[in-house]
Design a protein around this ligand. Structure first.
Ligand code: ATP
Ligand code: MG
Ligand code: MG
Length: 381
């Protein structure tokens, strides 16, 4: 059979393997970890660093196409691979979204508004930054995730201290926005410029980590949801992006929509597609790679996604316990997806639950029951 390749062995790579294999492909995963979630289900696990020259040649010569499942893949590895096989997304596109300064410039170029910001590459840049950017958030331009590499700064003095704390690496300073909610759009763009967007998810975070996504029937008819899908498509085209990507947006108190950031891969907020849509985001990724027609992105019903963090393996006394899966699976409309990680740790993503139902209200009730069964706090309105 034909081979597809994946750089990165995390849960996104694992779910990709399942989808690609079900389309009849064999999958080769490149990851240095001998016990990675994707490596365990891949047809071939190439156990080497993401920039290992020999491993990249092996992957590129074996596979008809290669993609990536994590944001910080060396863009150079993708460029090297492109000498051997089709690479989606390209190293150029990934290189842009890996750098918040270049990313924001491209989003603006696509005609999509972002929060007011300044590129900060030196203490002088911070001294010169518009005072309207305070209170703000200083974010390192590279390698941040789950709110890491960010500091909320009330004034210039705090920003100077945070900049030094980050080792004076390149940052962006963003004005703190009054958020009403956060939403995201996952889409795929094919080699032929066809773009298909999945329905918008509303996202709630806890301690900087995505906790719950809601895909309500009601919100899908909203003009903002349509605006976000079009903005995401415009961003993908401006980046000349091929593959699956996610755009995170802010909805402000006054109703305006701002783009926050782009992830060059399937996204945690798109996991609901596995049970609620005709095509999942992972199947879509495989279809783009294999130059197959893009799948139908319609949602068949409203749904919610509940992240399962390692926290629930520990009781109030800090003793290990196995979550009560039977209690969870007794709730109607529930699908459990565990990532096969050996060790549960606080804050570590271990799996997720998708919940479907006939109405927004039914989905919410079922999700509350699912959360209770797993001792996950659930207090979103
Ligand atoms: P991810 O894990 O999604 O990659 P990240 O570390 O890259 O996160 P961001 O998405 O930029 O970080 O920010 C994390 C969260 O911080 C956002 O989801 C939002 O809740 C809040 N936030 C970020 N920027 C702003 C802003 N300018 N104004 C208000 N809140 C913000
Ligand atoms: Mg991010
Ligand atoms: Mg984010």
């Amino acid at each position: 059979g034909s081979w597809l390749g994946m750089i990165g062995g995390g849960q996104l790579g694992r779910m990709f393997c399942h989808s690609a294999q079900s389309l009849g492909y064999k999958v080769a995963v490149l990851d240095p970890d001998t016990h990675s979630p994707a490596g365990a289900v891949a047809d071939l696990h190439i156990c080497a660093a993401y920039d290992d020259a020999q491993a990249l040649v092996q992957l590129g010569e074996l596979c008809q196409a290669v993609s990536t499942e994590f944001e910080n893949v060396p863009a150079q590895s993708l460029l090297t691979l492109a000498q051997h096989t089709r690479v989606t997304p390209s190293g150029d596109a990934v290189g842009i979204v890996q750098d918040r300064i270049r990313e924001k410039a491209f989003i603006s170029q696509a005609g999509v508004p972002v929060a007011p910001y300044a590129a900060i590459e030196s203490l002088d840049d911070l001294q010169a930054a518009d005072s309207a950017l305070f209170p703000g958030i200083l974010k390192t331009a590279r390698f941040g995730y789950d709110g890491k590499g960010q500091a909320r700064v009330a004034d210039r003095e705090q920003a100077l201290a945070a900049f030094k704390e980050f080792g004076s690496q390149a940052c962006v300073l963003e004005a703190l926005q009054p958020l009403k909610s956060e939403i995201s759009v996952v889409l795929a763009r094919g080699l032929d410029d066809q773009v298909k967007t999945f329905p918008c998810a509303r996202n709630e975070h806890r301690d900087g980590i995505l906790a719950v996504s809601t895909i309500s029937a009601q919100f899908q008819d909203d003009a903002l949801s349509e605006q976000a899908r079009q903005a995401a498509a415009a961003i993908a085209r401006t980046l000349d992006y091929v593959g699956v990507l996610c755009v995170e947006f802010f909805i402000l108190e006054d109703g305006r929509l701002l783009a926050n950031e782009v992830a060059p891969r399937p996204h945690n907020s798109g996991h609901y597609t596995m049970n609620a849509c005709v095509t999942s985001q992972f199947e879509q990724q495989a279809r783009v790679m294999a130059a197959l027609p893009l799948g139908d992105t319609r949602a068949l019903c409203p749904s919610m996604m509940l992240n399962i963090l390692g926290d629930i393996w520990f009781d109030e006394q800090g003793q290990m316990r196995e979550p009560d899966w039977a209690a969870l699976l007794a709730v109607p409309g529930v699908s459990l997806h565990l990532y096969g990680k050996a060790e549960a740790r606080v804050g570590r993503k271990m799996g997720h639950v998708n919940i479907v139902g006939e109405s927004d209200q039914q989905v919410r009730e079922r999700t509350a029951r699912a959360a209770a069964a797993l001792h996950i706090a659930f207090d979103y309105d």
